[in-house]
Design a protein around this ligand. Structure first.
Ligand SMILES: Cc1cc2nc3c(=O)[nH]c(=O)nc-3n(C[C@H](O)[C@H](O)[C@H](O)COP(=O)(O)O)c2cc1C
Length: 282
C-alpha cells in the first residue's frame, strides 16, 4: 500500500482535487457545476469524501483576471489569472462550507510578508481546523514571478504566524529545486502548477496530458532532490495514477481531468471512479 502524505496535524492526503477545479468553496466553480455535482453525489458518481479539495486561490485583495479557458485535445489551455474576490469576501461567502468540511485546503497567494500576515490573521481566527494552506507562488498567468528568496522567506514566515500546515505550489518558472532544498524543514508537501505557454490562443498555460512531459520531469527532479512529499499532477488516464505513485509521488492531484471537458463530460466522475478502483487494488 502507498505511503500517504501525513501532515503535522494528523490529516492525510492521498487523492486531491486541484485548485481551480471545485471553486472557492470546494463545491464547484459555478452554480451550474454545483447543482450538477450535487446530483452526481446523490447518484453515487461523485464522492467528495475520497478527496482533499483545494479551493481556488485567494489573495488579500480582490483580483480581476482574464478568465479565459479553451479545451485542447488532451488537456486545457487557460489564461484564467488569479481572478478572486479577496480573502474577506471569500470568508464572508464561503466560511460555512469551509468550516463544515473535514477535507479542505485553502489556496492562497501573496506578494510579500505583510500580505501573508493579512491572510494568516483571518484564517487563524476563522478556520483554525483546516487541513492545510497551499501557497501558490506559480500562477503561470501573471506578469512577474516572485523572487526565489522571497518565496523561501514566505515559507519561514508562515511557520511563525500560523499553525496551519503549509503546502507550496511551485511551477516550471520557479527555481523549484533551490526553493525545495531551502524549505525542506518548513513545508509539508509540494504541489505543481500548469505550464506557461504561448501558442495560437496567446499567452496562457497548458494542463492535463499536454503538461505531463514537463510536469512529470519536475516531479521526478523534486523526488530525487528532497525528502518532502511531492503531489503528482496532470493525471489523464487511470494508469497514470499507478505510474506516479511508483515514481514516488506522495499523493495524486486531479486537475484538468476533473473539469467538464468536451471529450470527458461530468467532471469529477472519472477521479471518483479511479480513486475507488485504486483503493480496491486496481
Ligand atoms: C481553469 C483553471 C483554473 C485554475 N486555477 C488555479 C488556481 O486558482 N490556483 C492554483 O494554484 N492553480 C490553479 N490551476 C492549476 C491547477 O490547479 C493544476 O495545478 C494544473 O492544472 C496542473 O494540473 P493538471 O495538469 O492535472 O490539470 C487552474 C487550472 C485551470 C485549468
Amino acid at each position: 500500500m502507498i505511503e500517504m502524505i501525513k501532515l503535522s496535524n494528523g490529516k492525510k492526503l492521498m487523492f486531491l482535487m486541484a485548485s481551480g477545479m471545485m471553486g472557492f468553496d470546494g463545491r464547484g466553480p459555478t452554480r451550474a457545476h454545483r447543482i450538477m455535482y450535487d446530483l452526481l453525489k446523490i447518484a453515487g458518481l461523485y464522492d467528495p469524501a475520497l478527496f482533499t479539495i483545494i479551493t481556488k486561490t485567494i489573495s488579500p485583495q480582490p483580483i480581476k483576471g482574464p478568465k479565459k479557458i479553451k479545451p485542447l485535445k488532451n488537456g486545457w489551455w487557460n489564461n484564467y489569472g488569479l481572478d478572486n474576490p479577496g480573502i474577506s469576501a471569500f470568508l464572508l461567502r464561503s466560511v460555512q462550507e469551509i468550516r463544515g468540511s473535514e477535507n479542505i485546503i485553502i489556496s492562497i497567494t501573496a506578494q510579500n510578508l505583510a500580505e501573508l500576515q493579512i491572510i494568516a490573521d483571518k484564517l487563524n481566527i476563522v478556520t483554525p481546523n483546516l487541513t492545510a494552506v497551499e501557497l501558490n507562488v506559480s500562477c503561470p498567468n501573471i506578469k512577474k514571478y516572485l523572487d526565489t528568496n522571497l518565496i523561501i522567506d514566505m515559507c519561514y514566515y508562515w511557520k511563525k504566524i500560523s499553525r496551519l500546515p503549509l503546502i507550496l505550489k511551485i511551477g516550471q518558472k520557479n527555481n523549484y529545486i533551490k526553493i525545495a532544498i531551502k524549505t525542506e524543514k518548513i513545508i509539508q508537501a509540494i504541489d505543481i502548477n500548469s505550464i506557461p505557454t504561448v501558442d495560437q490562443h496567446g499567452a496562457g498555460a497548458i494542463s492535463g496530458e499536454r503538461a505531463q512531459f514537463i510536469n512529470w520531469r519536475i516531479l521526478r527532479r523534486l523526488i530525487d532532490c528532497v525528502s518532502i512529499p511531492v503531489i503528482g499532477p496532470s493525471v489523464w488516464h487511470y494508469e497514470d495514477i499507478e505510474y506516479l505513485f511508483k515514481m514516488g509521488a506522495g499523493a495524486i492531484s486531479f486537475g484538468s481531468v476533473s473539469m467538464v471537458h468536451p471529450k470527458r463530460l461530468w467532471g469529477p466522475i472519472l477521479p471518483t471512479k479511479w480513486a475507488k478502483r485504486y483503493l480496491r487494488g486496481g
